[in-house]
Ligand binder design. Sequence first.
Ligand code: SF4
Length: 215
Amino acid sequence: MKKKDLLLKIYERLLNHFGHRNWWPGDTKWEIIIGAILTQNVSWKNVEKAILNLKNARCFEPADIYRAPLEEIAELIRPSRYYNMKAKKLKAMAGHIIEKYQGNVDAFLKREKGLENLRKEVLSIWGIGPETADSILLYAGELPTFVVDAYTKRIFSRLGLLSETAGYDEMRSFFMNNLPPDRELFNDYHAQIVALGHNICKNVPRCEICPLKEI
Ligand code: SF4
């Protein structure tokens, strides 16, 4: 079977099993950006608490975060773990949007810049790695870039489709070269992978209940 057909078959099985995941939670593009930065190495519940703290303190919009002292942001996002580092990242992102785009998130994520140019720009912001950058571009920017994570590597190496030593860009290219550039598909495919990795293809895989067991 061609890789493209196999990847689509895997998606179809995951979709039938978990249903559409309706990602990404967040009312605005800026909230999605904040969530993408805060979610690294922590559960989403903790991210929600941190976002709520920022909102309640009226320290949420790019201009608020740009102006607030680093220690204040860190304290508000304490539930998200690694809060000192994440506060620095939030301030770097807010600083980029304020200084270059007068706080206009739509202008920052303007699609006309082209996916790869915009990706380079997002990656140039202090502390933003490829997984966060692609999450921002896909879920806030609505651009067809594929997000890969530790679950992706674990599942697709167990399926024999990726090497256990594959790096981020190699994994991303594998999906982007073998799937149609469809942002809706990329959006839900990543969400399905997270659902499988979180619930079934864990450190100790539960193959007996896996929708991919025949594959
Ligand atoms: S749970 Fe088992 S069958 Fe399912 S993807 Fe992981 S290793 Fe494969």
